[in-house]
Design a protein around this ligand. Structure first.
Ligand SMILES: [Zn+2]
Length: 635
């Protein structure tokens, strides 16, 4: 095993960014995109084969169908209507979304088409009630400048977001519809050579460009990156889906580059005498021969009436366990592949005897398959209706191993690895949307878009810093956060220092989140209300953190509840004076000793007891006043 170095492997990455647009309506109906987990509509569908109008079945579609699923949809009538349920044709395209995508295309100097043709893209995982996603190619070409380098834009599309996956268990998959039909802009960049850091920088710049319009949704899940990754002499391009964070993006590219280069090394090691596996001559049914095998997995499969088959691979010994880099093995690839069919039981000769499969069992297999020293074999246990499908895909995968990297779609894991998702979809995935006429883009609309190009990210930061007297770091933090809009709202509505507001929104909430609390429980409305309470002196600066902590830990829902539950109702002016006087009375010796400097230890006593209930600033002033008065009269 060698150490992986990402330099000089000819890494190429094409970024595809999907960003939700923050409009008041969905793309093809008047529903508002509201997040809610209360549903008053429920219906279900069976996945069916959709024959695309070009006449060919889509391989990715067939793949999903092979898993035969029932899809259950949940909807809230506030955020979805008959359009999302596929009971009514789409309405007209939302003009706000159209105008915004024209603005973004203009910023990137992309060539906008005068006619846009809505298309249907087959989706078969159930994430769309119609079985397709509507997408429109708006423009082609263009560029974005990143650190002085000109990164080229391939295309810009306007499309519908998919339904949100709630649950995926057994043969039932559940989705909710509030996100279905929300406008998305898809920006595909030309593949660039470079390292993961550079790609992350490009994604960051593009994200900032989008955010500078102030009309895109912020926060986790509102921007998603797909990456097309390839390495020199690797063979296929791999599409990795579902990257939601920039740090994850960097790790995913790093992992995928290592995996692909590992597969190239595996290909180089494959024996030149390796012959393609024959479905007829190299696959053997060993169900009966394995009845006495004591492996728990085999015995469970036999009890479930599964079939057990063995596949012979001539001149392939050692290839499944050969690990050019840590965690990269052909055996692992095969394991992930069959897992996709819901099959857990696949064993390769390099790892046996193991898992309860003993020498005596292997003796039977080797004899039946006429295995020589240089050969290898696989044992697979699966239900009758799945086994041949799985075996065909294994044979195809091993065949492709000699070419390096197979073109496929993979899924990014939260820890930054990638796992097999499905084969790359075929070209027949798109066909025209017949329910919507072509959309005309007028010269006036393009002119209007060009006039509405937003200030650049750098200028926006300077503007923000100047307007609210924020330092650059805080301005950057607030601009990249999910809270820019609330921040501006609070600064307009209240007289509180913008720097204080920004640091609560950026640092305090983030710190609480790092401690495991849930920021989603803290609704925007409550954040704004808390600063209004602060302006009206109903709460103190110090209590904001206590309140947010209480809400983010799920103990309260509203500010009012949190104030009650944490008992931080502010103390009346009279009581406040009394408290301070009592503390002065009880600590006469300290004051006599330290004179005015006693304010410091006494403040400690006050704040320990009344943190959140009284303002630290006011307490300090009053305490100093009382100490001075005491010293004057203490003769
Ligand atoms: Zn609707």
């Amino acid at each position: 095993m060698s150490e992986f170095s990402i330099e000089n492997i000819g890494l190429k990455v094409g970024l595809e960014i999907h960003q939700q647009l923050s409009t008041n309506k969905k793309l093809f109906c008047s529903c508002a995109p509201l997040e809610s987990n209360e549903y008053n509509i429920k219906f279900q569908r069976k996945l069916r084969a959709v024959k695309s109008e070009l006449g060919e079945y889509d391989p990715a579609a067939l793949f999903e169908i092979s898993k035969s699923r029932t899809i259950v949809y949940y909807a809230n009538s506030d955020s979805s209507c008959l359009v999302e349920q596929d009971e009514e044709p789409p309405h007209n395209l939302d003009t706000d979304a159209k105008n915004l995508v024209l603005v973004i295309a203009s910023v990137l100097e992309s060539n906008i088409f005068s006619e846009i043709y809505p298309m249907r893209k087959t989706v078969i995982d159930g994430s769309n009630t119609t079985g397709f996603q509507r997408t429109m190619l708006v423009s082609q070409g263009g560029h974005i400048d990143v650190d002085g380098e000109n990164i080229l834009v391939q295309s810009i599309c306007l499309e519908e977001d998919a339904a949100k996956l709630l649950n995926d268990k057994g043969n039932i998959r559940e989705y909710s519809l509030e996100r279905l039909g929300v406008p998305l802009i898809e920006i595909a960049l030309e593949p660039v050579e470079g390292n993961p850091k550079k790609i992350k920088k490009i994604a960051l710049s593009l994200g900032r460009l989008l955010r500078s319009t102030k009309k895109v949704t912020r926060g986790i899940g509102s921007i998603r990156q797909d990456v097309n990754v390839s390495v020199k002499n690797g063979g296929g391009v791999v599409e990795v889906k579902g990257v939601q964070q920039l740090d994850q993006l960097e790790k995913v590219i790093e992992f995928e580059a290592k995996r692909q280069h590992g597969l190239v090394k595996i290909a180089q090691k494959i024996n030149s005498n390796f012959v393609e596996i024959s479905k007829i001559n190299d696959v053997f049914d060993i169900t009966d021969s394995f009845r006495n095998c004591e492996s728990k997995i085999i015995q469970k499969s036999l009890k479930d009436n599964s079939i057990i088959k063995a596949i012979r691979i001539r001149n392939f010994a050692g290839m499944f366990s050969y690990s050019p880099y840590e965690g990269i093995r052909l055996g692992k690839e095969i394991g992930q592949l069959v897992k996709f069919y819901g099959i857990g039981g696949v064993f390769h000769s390099d790892e046996l005897p193991n898992y309860g499969i003993e020498e005596k069992d292997l003796f039977i297999v080797k004899k039946l398959l006429e295995i020589k020293e240089t050969d290898s074999f696989l044992i697979i246990a699966a239900p009758l209706e799945k086994i041949d499908f799985a075996i065909n895909s294994i044979i195809e995968r091993i065949g492709k191993a000699k070419n390096g990297v197979p073109a496929e779609t993979r899924l990014a894991t939260p820890t930054g690895e990638t796992i097999f998702l499905r084969p790359r979809p075929g070209a027949s995935r798109m066909y025209p949307e017949t329910d919507i006429p072509p959309i005309i883009v007028t010269k006036e609309e393009i002119e209007h878009a060009k006039k509405n190009i937003p200030r650049s990210w750098d200028d926006s930061l300077k503007d923000l810093g100047k307007k609210y007297d924020l330092n650059l770091q805080l301005a950057e933090q607030i601009f990249d956060s999910t809270y820019l809009e609330i921040f501006e709202n609070i600064c307009e509505k209240t007289t509180i220092s913008p720097t204080f507001v920004a640091s609560i929104l950026c640092s305090t909430i983030t710190n609480l989140e790092r401690n495991g609390l849930n920021p989603k429980l803290l609704k925007n409305k409550e954040i704004i209300k808390s600063f209004e309470f602060l302006t009206n002196k109903k709460i103190t600066k110090e209590s904001i953190e206590i309140i947010f902590e209480n809400i983010m830990s799920g103990k309260s829902k509203t500010i009012e509840d949190a104030i009650r539950n944490t008992a931080i109702e502010t103390i009346s002016k009279e009581d406040f004076e009394l408290i301070i006087e009592n503390i002065v009375d009880a600590n006469k010796d300290i004051i006599r000793n330290q004179k005015e400097r006693a304010v410091s230890p006494l403040m400690g006593i006050v704040m320990k007891k009344y943190r959140g209930k009284i303002s630290g600033e006011a307490a300090n002033l009053l305490l100093l006043e009382k100490i001075r008065k005491f010293l004057e009269n203490d003769l």
